[in-house]
Structures are given as C-alpha cells and as structure tokens.
Design a protein around this ligand. Structure first.
Ligand SMILES: NC(=O)c1ccc[n+]([C@@H]2O[C@H](COP(=O)([O-])OP(=O)(O)OC[C@H]3O[C@@H](n4cnc5c(N)ncnc54)[C@H](O)[C@@H]3O)[C@@H](O)[C@H]2O)c1
Length: 388
C-alpha cells in the first residue's frame, strides 16, 4: 500500500537524518520549476550549476530560466560518464567558479546523476573551505542512493572514488518526471539498489516490491516515488547512527563485493555497453545469497526471492559471457571492506544475511570473513552455461 499521496504539481517533504546531520528531501511530480523557484530562500549571490551535457540538453533550459531570475548562474558541464569525476575537471570547475565571482554566499547546484552530483559535492566542500550545496538528482541512482549519503568523491587515475569528502546538502529536490527519460538500463540501475535495501534492511517491503515489479511500468512516477520512500526509510534506518557509513551503514554494501568486481571487469571488456552498477550489484546479491545459505543463513526460499526479483527487473541470473573468473577474483581480493574487518589474504569481508533484513556479524559491523574459495564457487554458479 502506498503510504502517501502523490501530489501532481506540488511536492512532498521528508527529513534525511544521517548521524547528527539532517537535511530536507523535497520530491514530487512535474515540480522542477516550482522547486527551483524556492531556491530564492537561499539568498544566494550566485548559483554554480554542475551538470553533464545530456542533462543540460534535456532539462537545462527549464531550470536555468528559473534560477537566473534569482541570481547570476554559472554553468559547469562536461560530457556524461564516470570520466567526468576527474581531478582535471575538479580543478577546471573550481577555477571557473572563482573566475566567475563565486563567493561564500554562492550555492552549488548538483544537477544530474551521481557523476555531476559527486563532482559538485567535492567542489562545494573545497570552495572557500565549504559553500552550500543543493542536489537536483535526475537519475534513479542519484535520487535513491547517492544523495541519501554524505559521501562525495571523484576518481584517481588508479581507481574509483579515491579522492573525496563528506558533505551534507542544504536540501534535495527531485522531480520524478525527469526520470522518465532515462534509458532502461540506467533506470534499472537505481531500482536494483532499491531492491538491495528491501532485501538487506526492509524485508517487509519485499512483497509490495514484487507486486509493483509484476505490475510493470517501472518508470511510472507513483512506482518511482514508492521506491524512493522505501530507499529513504531503509537508508535512514541504518545511517541515523552512522554518519560516515563505516559501521551499521556497511550493510548497504550487500552484493557489492562480487558486484563491484563483475562491474569493473565487464566494463573493461564492453565499455559503456557493460553492466550498470546496479545490475552488477543485483548479481552480487544473488551470489551473496548463495554464500549466506551455505553459511547456515538464508533459506532456499529466500535465495529464490533474490533470483525472482532480478528476473522481474530484467537483470537475469548470469554474468555476461566473456568474463574471466580469475580476473573477477583478483578484484575481489582488493575489495575495500578489508580495512573494516581483519581478514586473511584468502578471505573477503562480505555482507551475508542470516535472514532477509538480518546480516551476520554485529549491528555495528555487519561483515563476515568469507573464504575466497566460497566466493569463487558462487561466482562459478553465475557463469553463463557455455553456448548460451
Ligand atoms: N554515496 C555516493 O556518493 C554514491 C552512491 C551511489 C553512486 N555514486 C556514484 O554515482 C555515479 C553513478 O551515478 P549515475 O548512475 O546516476 O551516473 P551518471 O550521473 O553518469 O548518469 C548516467 C547517465 O544518465 C544520463 N542522464 C542523467 N539524467 C538523465 C535523465 N533524466 N534522462 C536521460 N538521461 C539522463 C547521464 O547523462 C548519463 O549518461 C558513480 O560515479 C558512483 O560512484 C555515489
């Protein structure tokens, strides 16, 4: 059952509580311009809009028209893609902002998916040691995941998210209608992360989620706002005592150990045609579910729920063909959760579930040392049958 009324032409408000920090999340349908008009309350002397060329082309005119009635607007836009989260672009954005006259009274507006969102977050942290940040997410990943977190990061030449800060926004403003233009793969990516929240944190939502997926039309604003509400409830539940996602918040890493490794190897192989982050995490969750069952946790039925949800989301239950088990396992060995739990060279630190919504380990460290042999076996079960 939907616990709220979708207000067309208006927006709803919820408070995101992360440790001792809280910020408002405004969301609705067909409300981009009216939300932007409310930015007048920031009394900014200038807006620095950080975006990508796709988002700028699709929605830039609508938001810039409104913002420019409030204060001068400086736009920093780069071609879409994770490559935009670079030191080069960070430097270019900071220089452009200062050259344009941005001051401590200015507001950085992150307009787009997680990529412009993260770049803008680092920029807002560094300009004059910190200026105000507002998120206007336009992807499911940004809306349901990255803006419900203080983590902001860009990539080094050696890997993802190596350079970053924690920064809370003044607020988040989502018009769910803009999500309708997302390509299917991109839409699915955020929905897989929302599914993770149900499986690992809010099992009571698994049934309603299955019903919604079965009804189809994942892109409808009503379904997207329901998933957003679920993501807010799940993420706030684990992060209210864990500002930096280094304790209870680690449960959000469910499916990420193998998922991240599969994502990286597939993108090396197929580039932009590779699996999205969320799709890879969904596969990682299936593997983690099998390992959880073997460790005396999840039941067969609960493992089957993972596979059913993956199929309903159109992800399937096998990794793409062409991936090498050894390459994937090499990435698993370097997984960054090792630092949170002492593991040997032959183990990986993973989130495993005793039951849906109940990780093994303690509430403040929901990680388990898993022998790499068990991870490899679970990966093997996800390998496509040859010839298929
Ligand atoms: N805690 C965190 O900070 C956190 C959490 C999750 C992900 N992330 C980061 O987020 C990034 C991934 O985010 P993403 O998946 O949103 O990627 P993204 O920002 O690259 O957007 C994906 C694609 O969708 C396009 N797009 C954006 N909005 C659109 C719209 N409304 N209609 C049509 N196309 C649109 C973009 O131009 C881009 O091509 C990664 O860098 C990841 O590290 C951070």
């Amino acid at each position: 059952m939907i616990g709220y009324v979708v207000s067309i032409g208006d927006w709803n408000l919820r408070s995101v509580v992360v440790g001792d920090v809280s910020y408002p999340y405004h969301y609705g349908v067909d409300c981009l311009e009216s939300m932007a008009a409310s930015f007048g309350s920031f009394d900014a002397d200038r807006f620095l809009v950080v975006t990508d060329d796709n988002v700028l082309g699709l929605y830039g005119e609508r938001i810039l028209r409104v913002l420019s009635t409030l204060a001068p607007v400086e736009v920093f836009s780069r071609p879409a893609g994770d490559g935009a989260k670079s030191l080069l672009n960070l430097g270019a954005c900071l220089e452009q902002a200062i050259g344009a006259g941005v001051t401590r009274r200015s507001v950085v507006v992150a307009f787009g998916g997680g990529v412009p969102g993260n770049l803008a977050g680092v920029v807002a942290s560094l300009l004059f040691r910190g200026v105000r940040l507002v998120h206007v997410p336009t992807t499911t990943v940004a809306a349901m995941d990255s803006v419900i977190s203080l983590k902001q990061a860009i990539n080094s030449s050696r890997g993802k998210n190596h350079i970053g800060t924690y920064r809370a926004p003044e607020g988040v403003y989502l018009d769910a209608r803009v999500l309708a233009t997302l390509p299917a793969k991109q839409l699915r990516s955020g929905l897989c992360e929302a599914t993770k929240n149900c499986l690992a944190i809010r099992p009571e939502s698994v049934g309603p989620m299955r019903d919604r997926l079965a009804a189809g039309d994942l892109a409808s604003p009503a379904t997207l706002l329901w998933l957003l509400e679920e993501s807010l409830a799940a993420k706030c539940a684990v992060m209210e005592r864990d500002t930096y996602e280094q304790g209870a918040g680690l449960v959000l890493e469910y499916g990420h150990t193998l998922g991240h490794a599969v994502e990286l190897c597939d993108q090396r192989l197929r580039g932009a045609d590779g699996l999205s982050h969320g799709e890879a995490v969904m596969l990682g969750m299936i593997a983690a579910a099998h390992i959880s069952r073997a460790a005396g946790g999840l039941s067969d039925t609960e493992v089957a729920v993972h596979v059913d949800l993956a199929e309903a989301l159109g992800v399937g239950a096998a990794v793409p063909s062409g991936l090498s088990t050894d390459d994937v396992m090499q990435v698993v060995r370097a997984d960054n959760k090792r630092g949170y739990l002492h593991v040997s060279d032959e183990e990986a630190a993973m989130v495993l579930l005793q039951r849906l919504g109940e990780p093994f380990g303690s509430r403040d460290l929901p990680l388990t040392a898993v022998p790499l042999g068990a991870v490899k076996e679970a990966l093997g079960a996800l390998m496509p049958v040859s010839g298929s």
